[in-house]
Design a protein around this ligand. Structure first.
Ligand code: PLP
Length: 382
């Protein structure tokens, strides 16, 4: 039965060779803009593409301000600092995520608490968050505490898994009620909308990634999104070594970071952004084809976008019958020229996070045994 699937995917991507999971695509002004950087010598921390990329992403996402970073991971690290997460605070997040989410929390010396995901979004479940808080947390003087550990619960970081938006409006209300700062890990969800609004613009800060395997890439890079312009300005200051602007003097007023994306990467980003809507349209077309195809395959379900949302379908996913089927599917497809992979090893299974508190993670564990990502690159030909 699996041969039917591998044949179909080879045909879909129009190749006999190995089909990658997600390859970058450069069909626009990439070379032109990169040449401009080299010809003008502005390849590094000064140059017009950085400002342009920030302005264009802000316009695209309708954020009040966007600030570039060197990676999505350090965008998340900066986001944690900006909302005031401190050493020994606790941060609610999902175990079904890429390691960067938890690394950013750990850089500060804060502790993740893993809450379950929703089956219909694959992302953090507002209901599960509410339930956990009601059982385990209390608010005193507008500060949320974990009753068991006595630690402050400062922030909540949902992740829009594979580009599918979570029920973010529900989570906003819960975080407000419990005095918890909301940071969105929108690393995978550029172009994904929830009720018409761009993911990453619901929380106090949102973080996008432009790593090579994401929907659009700057080689490596990230972006912070803000609704609060002042906070965005502070982010710009902190990501550029906290240097007080002056024509020649080097004076700094804070411990700063060298987190600014170089102009050469921003140039690539500007060119990629020009094609983003086209890429997403194509990715959604591919997802629709997969949806139809998997309707006729027993015991495999193609995961489709949740209600109220428009997903970028960054990585397509199927849900297998059980763990044994998942392992067999992974082996067959990878043996037959189709790159597939299971979802990331759950964070609570990793050595660094194995002692972190969880809510039981019922859906999370069920899904991790069954999810497989299948090829998702932008297909230009219909
Ligand atoms: C890609 C990704 C990031 C950021 O990764 P970088 O490689 O540092 O840009 C963060 N969180 C998630 C969920 C991701 O998929």
């Amino acid at each position: 039965m699996y041969s039917q699937i591998t044949d179909f995917i080879h045909q879909l991507f129009n190749t006999e060779e190995t089909v990658p999971l997600h390859a970058p695509l450069f069909i626009g002004n990439e070379k032109k803009y990169l040449n401009e950087c080299i010809d003008t010598t502005f390849v590094s921390s000064v140059g017009k593409f950085v400002d342009r990329f920030e302005e264009e992403i802000a316009a695209y996402t309708k954020a009040k301000k966007a600030v570039v970073c060197v990676s999505g991971t350090n965008a998340l690290h900066m986001a944690m600092m900006l909302v005031g997460v401190k050493r020994n605070d606790e941060v609610l997040t999902q175990a079904l995520t890429f390691i960067a989410t938890c690394n950013a929390i750990s850089y500060i010396g804060a502790h993740p608490i893993f809450i379950d995901v929703d089956m219909e979004t694959l992302g953090l479940s507002p209901k599960a968050v509410k339930k956990w808080l009601e059982k385990n947390a209390e608010v005193k003087n507008n500060v949320c505490y974990n009753k068991k550990t006595g630690r402050r619960i400062k922030a909540c970081v949902p992740m829009h898994t594979f580009g599918h938006p979570i029920k973010i409006d529900e989570l906003v209300l819960i975080c407000n009620e419990w005095h918890i700062e909301l940071v969105e890990d929108a690393a995978e969800s550029i172009g994904s909308l929830y009720k018409g609004q761009h993911t990453g613009t619901f929380g106090k800060v949102g973080a996008i990634s432009f790593n090579g395997n994401k929907t659009i890439t700057t080689g490596g890079g990230g972006m912070l999104l803000f609704q609060d312009k002042e906070l965005g300005n502070l982010a710009k200051h902190l990501t550029t070594q906290a240097k007080i602007p002056h024509r020649w003097a080097f004076v700094h007023d804070h411990i700063g970071y060298n987190y600014r994306m170089p102009n050469i990467n921003a140039a690539l980003g500007c060119a990629q952004l020009e094609n983003l809507d086209r890429y997403i349209e194509k990715k959604r077309e591919t997802a629709a084809i997969y949806t139809e195809f998997f309707k006729n395959i027993t015991d495999i379900t193609f995961f489709t976008e949740p209600e109220n949302s428009r997903s970028n379908y960054w990585l397509n996913a199927v849900i297998l019958k059980d763990k044994a089927a998942q392992q067999k599917f992974l082996e067959y497809t990878n043996d037959h020229g189709i790159m597939t992979r299971p979802v990331w090893e759950l964070m609570n299974h990793l050595e660094m996070f194995k002692d972190c508190e969880t809510d039981g993670l019922k859906n999370t564990e069920w899904l991790a045994d069954r999810i497989v990502n299948i090829p998702s690159s932008v297909r230009l030909k219909a």
